[in-house]
Ligand binder design. Sequence first.
Ligand SMILES: Cc1cc2nc3c(=O)[nH]c(=O)nc-3n(C[C@H](O)[C@H](O)[C@H](O)COP(=O)(O)O)c2cc1C
Length: 134
Amino acid sequence: MYENARMIAIDEKTLIICETDRSGKIRYASDDLCRITGYSQEELLGKPYGVLWRADMPQSVFKDMWETIESGAIWKGFVKSATKNGDYYWVYTTIFPIVSANGEGYLSVRARASDEEIERYEARYAQTRDKELQ
Ligand SMILES: Cc1cc2nc3c(=O)[nH]c(=O)nc-3n(C[C@H](O)[C@H](O)[C@H](O)COP(=O)(O)O)c2cc1C
């Protein structure tokens, strides 16, 4: 993320929806996801999530996420994601293992995080990242 990255506010009513295959490659992205990240559908389809949107998140969060969803369980947690131009936004993310017409995969539903949650998780994840670097 770049130094002057700005936080994008997510509207209360917005739910960001995305479907991936079992490896995390995007099969469907909602219009809100495109609007917020600044990517078109075409740019997103077939791309792995992580490459596009990695922000300064602790690795252990994604390890927990993958272990949980690969076991067939639902994962919930706070995620900081980058946009195409390097800004970022915070969302409360729920990821469901699914079987759709496209086969097995995952569906993520993301809603805005509150100011208080953002503050709490900025601090918590910064601490976790420091520990991971030691
Ligand atoms: C449905 C789904 C949604 C995901 N959402 C995000 C996300 O918003 N931001 C992100 O950085 N990684 C997300 N990931 C995790 C990435 O696939 C990846 O594991 C993560 O970015 C860390 O990258 P790494 O595994 O290459 O270390 C998601 C994965 C799945 C299956």
